[in-house]
Write a protein that binds this ligand. Structure first.
Ligand code: NAD
Length: 481
């Protein structure tokens, strides 16, 4: 399939589907072919104004707050039901505009529905406190919404990453303007359709599709915005934070990673290699918490490299719609960047166990699964996020050295430890500076487990019960009787 439809996909503002004020469109391409796929109405700063005004009006008329918490929860279940009826359609879109495999596309819908159900179930369980002050006084706290929540998401997982923030905001009484990523906006347009069909009040959820430098920047700096959730790169995150600082707007920041798996000599090496391969090659490494560095104890270093390389070379790379194991990178720009970083690694003296270049003979943006060894901590490939299917392996001798290496980047999103020694696993988990630590696996948990960064990987939490606290502010009410 080359194009999905000739008619442009639209923004969703104030409960209406609309073109952008400029009448311009963004052409979305299929990363597996490099060919144009669909046109999306381009939101410009005037459209951001309209969307924020719609969200503000919905907040003022208490569009979400006038529903009981249980009704808000039921609304999330209804969105989940609508979304599930579109599973195949969305899975196909995720293959076509995002480069996901079909299985991954289906998982994204199931995952998003789970977020909606999980937070829908929590809508009537977010309770305040009663604080005893003594005779004649009553004191209690309530969780207040912020108001208009501006949300900006990246291209790698727009549906679940966008929807989880939207549902946290809505069940806590906020209203939302979400900017979809320009490279892969289509699944969020389906999400907006699900919201509309489920009966989300007009203006409570607004979706705009625009470029970051104009629509994204205008949204982050908008005077009508009370709260920001940003998921994306550190560089863009900093510019969003600067805009937020001007108006002292609170932010949840989910930024990049260079997450390390530590493989001790006593570990199940076959298991570690298999889990690390899954951790780095899923969605071609375009996952913020990918297992992009591996620290291997010297005695098992070569065996581990052999096992990991075997998994890398077994991956069938190709269009997700054709049933491949690993799809393309999102764009020619991203492929150039990842390949360029690989060349820099070789120039710095690292060795390639496999991969290191794009897949030849295709117009799609396919990168070979790549394993580097002979890497030292100071090399750029040991420090910079690839956001591609590239893993760097560094040797270590002692557990202390492994921790120092693991913590030795600007990032601190996820980390892992592979060992049969429970004491060593717990000792390591205590010392790893990361928002999530996995033991003997990669990606333990999901919807229910709090996720987020330390250091330059950001702050605030998504997922789990903790996430809700990022969408409310506490008000204390003290009464003299
Ligand atoms: P990006 O920062 O380039 O873009 C993210 C979003 O910000 C896009 O919607 C983009 O349009 C918008 N944007 C760009 N410039 C902007 C500006 N000046 N003002 C406001 N918005 C702007 O990131 P990307 O390349 O799309 O995504 C990859 C990055 O996202 C990686 O670093 C990855 O680790 C990170 N990421 C983090 C998480 C997490 O939960 N921690 C999840 C997914 C991706």
């Amino acid at each position: 399939m080359n194009t999905i439809s000739q008619t442009p996909w639209l923004n969703f503002i104030g409960g209406q589907w609309c073109e952008g004020a400029s009448g311009q469109h963004i052409m979305v391409s299929n990363p597996a072919t490099g060919q144009p796929l669909a046109q999306v109405a381009r939101a410009m700063p005037q459209d951001v104004d309209r969307a924020v005004a719609a969200a503000r009006a919905a907040f003022q008329r208490r569009a979400m707050l006038s529903l009981t918490p249980a009704e808000r929860g039921r609304l999330m279940f209804a969105i989940a039901r609508e979304l599930r009826t579109m599973t195949e359609e969305i899975a196909e879109l995720e293959c076509l505009d995002n480069g996901k495999t079909l299985a991954n596309g289906r998982n994204e819908v199931a995952l998003t529905a789970r977020y909606l159900e999980y937070y829908g179930g929590m809508a009537d369980k977010l309770e305040g406190r009663q604080i005893p002050l003594g005779d004649g006084l009553v004191d209690y706290t309530v969780h207040m919404p912020f108001g208009v929540s501006a949300q900006i998401v990246p291209w790698n997982g727009p549906l679940p990453v966008g929807a989880r923030s939207v549902c946290c905001a809505l069940i806590t009484g906020n209203t939302v303007v979400l900017k979809s990523p320009e490279d892969s906006p289509l699944s969020l347009i389906k999400f907006a359709q699900a919201c509309e069909r489920a009966g989300v009040p007009p203006g409570a959820f607004n979706l705009i599709c625009g470029y970051g430098h104009d629509a994204g920047a205008a949204l982050a700096a908008h005077p009508g915005v009370d709260h920001i959730v940003f998921t994306g790169s550190v560089a863009t995150g900093k510019s969003v934070l600067r805009a937020a600082a001007e108006r002292v707007v609170p932010c949840v920041m989910e930024l990049g990673g260079k997450s390390a798996a530590i493989v001790h000599a006593d570990a199940d090496i076959a298991l570690a290699a298999e889990r690390v391969a899954r951790g780095i090659f899923t969605h071609a490494g375009q996952i913020c918490s990918a297992a992009s560095r591996v620290l291997v104890q010297r005695g098992v270093h070569d065996a581990f490299i052999n096992a990991l390389t075997g998994h890398a070379q077994a991956r069938r790379v190709g269009p997700g719609a054709d049933g491949a194991d690993m799809g393309p990178l999102i764009s020619a720009r991203q492929l150039d960047r990842v390949e360029g970083l690989c060349r820099a690694g070789v120039a710095e003296g690292a060795s390639l166990a496999c991969g290191g270049a794009r897949v030849a003979g295709t117009d799609g943006f396919f990168m070979q699964p790549t394993v580097f060894h002979g890497v030292t901590p100071a090399m750029s490939i040991a420090q910079q996020e690839f956001f591609g299917p590239v893993v760097v392996v560094l040797p270590f001798d002692t557990p202390e050295e492994a921790i120092e290496l693991a913590n030795g980047t600007d990032y601190g999103l996820a980390a892992g430890v592979f060992t049969r020694d429970l004491k060593l696993a717990l000792w390591s988990a205590d010392r790893l500076v990361a928002g999530q630590v996995y033991v003997n696996d990669w990606w333990v948990g999901g919807v229910e487990t709090p996720f987020g960064g330390t250091k330059r990987s950001g702050y605030g939490r998504e997922k789990g019960q903790e996430a809700l606290l990022g969408y409310v502010q506490t008000k204390n009410i003290g009464i003299r009787l």
